[in-house]
Design a protein around this ligand. Structure first.
Ligand SMILES: Cc1cc2nc3c(=O)[nH]c(=O)nc-3n(C[C@H](O)[C@H](O)[C@H](O)COP(=O)(O)OP(=O)(O)OC[C@H]3O[C@@H](n4cnc5c(N)ncnc54)[C@H](O)[C@@H]3O)c2cc1C
Length: 428
């Protein structure tokens, strides 16, 4: 069967695009014309994965089933991982779906499309560091974050009963992911300590290791300074200008010596999967699909958005890999695809990324960031509770795009009440 539009990847960008198109096309045409494919049966907004990892957000509660979202927003959905893509033949192959015991639930399939949008995101970039892939945890998918959380809980329990009563975590990379994870782990530990008998309380030592001369190197210096001061004030050891040369089971090796750690997390950079190179499209060194300023790949009728797309921006730079970019690109492609469905030529207006600033969460009540624009077109520094509320606003905005305003309000209230009863930390 041919599909008018196939969107591959239901993350921050792809799911918003499918939802917008489905709602515009309506109950009758939406599911007919738009098909979303994702390898996972449920969606968790990726910027919350550090919370899932620390246990301060329950992925089972946070996760939204694609099948339910498809019904609600009038698009089609099929589970499956795209393993081959033929842009000129306009078809793709989905891997067989298997049960936990390995038996085939659905055999390998082929889908045909008229227009395709690749929105498959990125994974980790280990920069060829020996041992990193084997020994470090990553936060690429909800499943990774959940596995990490179970490992963390076991480590917490071990530390509470061990003679030494301490646990050390080393986080490689002090971008938003590394910094936010450090802050969230501190909170998880603090909540847990409150519920433990004095004999079982243990110390949590967190070290954040960054190769660049400052943390949050992509953001203004004031944000880096503030975030570093906040982390250090709360006992986190921050090492900048310290490239990690190798990762071993229980330590990091750096040019300045070893850093022993019970748990190692790699949050040092992103890269698209090497399999993108086999998709018959132009890719860059980070395996991202090269797109023009209309988000068109090198093949006709194939578009790419979000982290998997290398999209030109200003001063020779690429649009940054952020949820807000994926969101803006989804809005842009919605218009393009609707025009194409009507049989008209899409507008000549190129995609222009507008940077509204960046916000970094430093725990439940704290945040720091900058907001761009405003009346004078300047950048404003925000911090504390206000920054945290704005940060939470981004998450709500994503929910609004896929659940609508009423659905988002109900969900936010339900989550608030649930937290009141069961507490902020998931300990099972
Ligand atoms: C811990 C963390 C914190 C972050 N914090 C922020 C933040 O504060 N602000 C911000 O702007 N950004 C943040 N980011 C970055 C942000 O999450 C990404 O930029 C954004 O999610 C990119 O959206 P996307 O749609 O391109 O890809 P993703 O959201 O990664 O979605 C990709 C989707 O594609 C699916 N998929 C992948 N491969 C296949 C395949 N072969 N077949 C089928 N399906 C496939 C995946 O299952 C997934 O659903 C953070 C990221 C992390 C990890």
């Amino acid at each position: 069967m041919d599909h008018e539009i196939v969107i591959i990847g239901g993350g921050a960008g792809g799911l918003e695009l499918a939802s917008r198109l489905g709602r515009k096309l309506g109950r009758r045409d939406g599911p007919e014309k738009v098909l979303l494919v994702d390898r996972s049966p449920y969606h968790v907004w990726k910027p919350t994965l550090h919370e899932v990892a620390a246990g301060t957000l329950d992925a089972r509660q946070e996760g939204l089933s694609y099948a339910i979202l498809a019904r609600r927003n009038h698009f089609g959905y099929t589970p499956g991982e795209v393993v081959a893509f033929d842009p000129l033949g306009k078809r793709l192959t989905l891997a067989a779906i298997r049960d936990d015991d390995g038996s085939v639930v659905v055999p390998q399939r082929e889908l045909r499309f008229r227009h395709a949008v690749l929105a498959t995101g990125c994974g980790s970039n280990f920069f060829g560091t020996p041992g990193a892939a084997e020994h470090a945890w990553v936060l690429e998918r909800a499943e990774d974050a959940e596995r990490f959380q179970r490992h963390l809980l076991a480590a917490f329990t071990r530390a509470a009963f061990a003679d030494e009563r301490s646990l050390s975590v080393a986080i490689v990379g002090a971008g938003a992911t590394g910094v936010e994870l450090a802050a969230e782990l501190l909170e998880a530990h603090a909540i847990l300590q409150d519920g433990l008998h004095a004999d079982q309380r243990f110390r949590l030592d967190i070290t954040v290791v960054e190769a660049a001369p400052r943390i949050l190197a992509g953001l203004p210096e004031k944000i880096s300074r503030q975030a570093q001061a906040e982390l250090e004030h709360r006992g986190v050891r921050v090492l900048v200008g310290t490239p990690v040369t190798a990762v071993e089971k229980d330590r990091l090796l750096t040019g300045n010596g070893e850093i022993p750690a019970d748990i190692i997390v790699w949050a040092a950079g992103i890269q698209a999967p090497a399999s993108n190179r086999e998709f018959g499209l132009d890719v860059n060194r980070a395996n991202q699909f090269v797109v023009d300023d209309h988000l068109r790949t090198s093949a006709p009728d194939v578009y790419a958005l979000g982290d998997c797309a290398a999209c030109p921006w200003i001063d020779g730079r690429l649009v940054p890999a952020r949820a807000q970019a994926a969101h803006q690109q989804a809005t842009y492609l919605e218009r393009t695809l609707l025009t194409l469905l009507r049989g008209q030529a899409p507008s000549d207006k190129p995609f222009e990324f507008r940077d509204f600033g960046s916000l970094v969460s430093l725990g439940e009540h704290r945040g720091v960031g900058n907001l761009m624009g405003g009346l004078l077109g300047r950048s404003f520094f925000v911090e504390g509770l206000i920054a945290k509320w704005m940060y939470m606003g981004l998450h709500l905005d994503h929910h609004r795009a896929i659940l609508g305003l009423r659905g988002t309000i109900v969900l936010a209230l339900a989550r608030l009440l649930q937290r009141r009863v069961s507490g902020r930390l998931k300990l099972h």
